[in-house]
Design a protein around this ligand. Structure first.
Ligand SMILES: Cc1cc2nc3c(=O)[nH]c(=O)nc-3n(C[C@H](O)[C@H](O)[C@H](O)COP(=O)(O)O)c2cc1C
Length: 501
């Protein structure tokens, strides 16, 4: 049944997001998109909305993407991972002229294989006064990360301790979340103080400050993920935050946001209803025109269903058996990368791989003899990290890992460049959120990859979440809502403007 008040339909009434609506005996309170989430998150980052676009490596989270979101009062993290410090430095300079003071953050990714790179990027962030970073894929806190946090520490006139260097940590494990929700470890503070990196006074002040201002609960997502369900991970991390806040009594409690699977108004509404301070998206932003990937990948993403994703070995932590979630449909990457990992586990060297299997690798995967790939890989590491090249010379198993990692690394470059001869090898990080988005967008203008604009997608998720929250409120009062009124279909930018004001 459709409820009417005068000539207005129920959806018309519920779309007055900022008003109290009287529908029969029910009263639906206002729910403005700008009130969703935690106001401290918005205030502290200078945002209108509690919405963030997560980092996406190799500049897939591009400056164009960050700008599109920042201009609408949302946050984005530039995808620094996989880029050399010089490229990140240019991005910082360009961001400053392009965004003119609007909020933006940069990524630091845990790189156990390349500790020097992590330290160099942190040095860069400190030198260029980058005041907000997204720290991800950490299993434990590292010295450079603690250094970044504590370098910006100060005591305000009120006596409160804060750091100018804000950290948003992305985690999928409870024990890692706990480290970011606690003060920096004493041992690392001592080490930094002993080396003169920080003063003893700064080390003391740091005991009153959590490692992160924001902790994003990363559920089943694109890229690095533990495939946790958001519906279980988020409440657990919020409860953990509450316990640690009671213990440490920080002046500003750590905020907990939600990522992984958020690509529809329903998912955003659910995350906010569960207490998320903010929502973070990834997969859906890669599908947008501003992302740093290719049109070929955007077309593949637009065809993805929810089950068209798979876990595949990660290039950066290949030897440790770490996996990332990738697109399965339209590419053989997940299967091929998985095969490489099996071969790596089963053999001690490239030479030990039986000839027929090696021939398949050389013909289909590498399109070159293993020796050629090793030569190219060695040259690359001699420039970037000579210790790796030398270890590869000495240790046949490590040489095999580096050759296999060459393939994994190239596979994402081919995807980003839209290399037509390598479509079967594209590595496209992607989670089930992509299929959920496609399903929601079906039949609307957003079905077309060329229409997918990050700010329009984000605006739809927020306005839709506010609308669905009002629908939910109606249901909570015992009103049965017609399915035609209970959903939120994609709106174009002009229509959204009215809802978002
Ligand atoms: C293409 C792609 C690349 C990503 N690269 C990174 C990265 O370099 N650093 C990072 O912290 N997160 C990375 N992520 C994770 C996103 O920032 C975000 O947390 C995640 O995608 C949210 O889940 P969703 O994919 O379900 O929306 C990546 C995700 C995708 C889809």
């Amino acid at each position: 049944m459709t409820h009417r008040a005068g000539t207005e339909t129920l959806p018309d009434q519920l779309l007055r997001l900022g008003e109290t609506s009287r529908i029969g005996a029910a009263v639906v309170p206002p729910c403005r998109p700008q009130n969703l989430g935690d106001c401290e998150f918005r205030r502290s980052h200078g945002l209108k909305y509690a919405y963030a676009g997560g980092s996406m490596a190799n500049g897939i989270a591009s400056l164009a993407l960050a700008e599109a979101l920042a201009r609408e009062g949302m946050l984005a993290f530039f995808g620094s991972a996989g880029l050399q410090p010089e490229a990140v430095e240019s991005a910082i300079a360009e961001a400053r002229s392009r965004l003119d003071g609007l909020p933006i953050g940069f990524n630091i990714i845990n790189s156990p294989n390349e500790p020097n790179l992590e330290a160099a990027v942190i040095d860069l962030y400190l030198r260029r006064e980058v005041r907000l970073i997204e720290a991800s894929a950490y299993l434990d806190l590292s010295l450079p990360l603690v250094r970044y946090r504590v370098k910006g520490i100060r005591r305000l006139a009120s006596g409160e301790v804060e750091s100018a260097n804000r950290v948003a940590a992305k985690v999928s494990r409870v024990e890692v979340a706990g480290r970011f929700m606690s003060p920096p470890p004493e041992a690392l503070l001592r080490e930094l103080a002993a080396s003169g990196e920080i003063s003893p006074e700064a080390a003391r002040m740091a005991e009153a400050l959590p490692m992160a201002d924001d902790v994003t609960a990363e559920a089943d997502s694109g890229g690095h993920t533990d495939n946790r369900p958001a519906i279980t991970l988020l409440p657990t991390l919020i409860a953990l935050r509450d316990r640690l806040q009671e213990k440490h009594r920080f002046a500003r409690p750590v905020r907990v946001g939600a990522a992984g699977g958020i690509s529809t108004p329903a998912a955003a509404a659910a995350a906010f209803a569960m207490g998320a301070a903010y929502v973070m998206t990834g997969s859906v932003n890669q599908a947008c025109v501003e992302s740093g990937t290719s049109d070929a990948v955007r077309a593949m993403l637009a065809a993805a269903g929810q089950a068209d994703v798979a876990m595949a070995p990660a290039a950066d932590m290949f030897e440790m058996g770490v996996k990332v979630q990738v697109l399965k449909r339209g590419t053989l990457f997940a299967m091929r990368a998985g095969r490489l990992y099996e071969l790596y586990r089963a053999h001690e060297s490239l030479e030990a791989i039986p000839a027929p299997q090696r021939a398949v690798l050389e013909r289909d995967y590498f399109r070159a003899p293993c020796e050629d790939i090793w030569r190219r890989t060695r040259e690359y590491f001699l420039r970037r990290d000579p210790a790796q090249a030398e270890r590869g010379e000495r240790e046949p198993k490590h040489r095999m890992a580096l050759v296999f990692r060459w393939y994994l690394g190239q596979a994402s470059r081919w995807a980003n460049a839209g290399e037509p001869t390598r479509q079967a090898d594209y590595q496209v990080w992607c989670g089930p959120a992509m299929g959920a988005f496609n399903e929601w967008a079906k039949g609307s203008f957003l079905e077309d990859p060329a229409e997918r604009r990050a700010a329009v997608v984000a605006g739809n998720l927020l306005a839709g979440a506010a609308y669905l929250t009002r629908v939910h409120s109606l249901r909570c009062q015992g009103v049965s809502v017609d399915p035609a009124a209970a959903g939120f279909a994609p709106r174009r930018a002009e229509q959204l403007r009215k809802l978002l004001c």
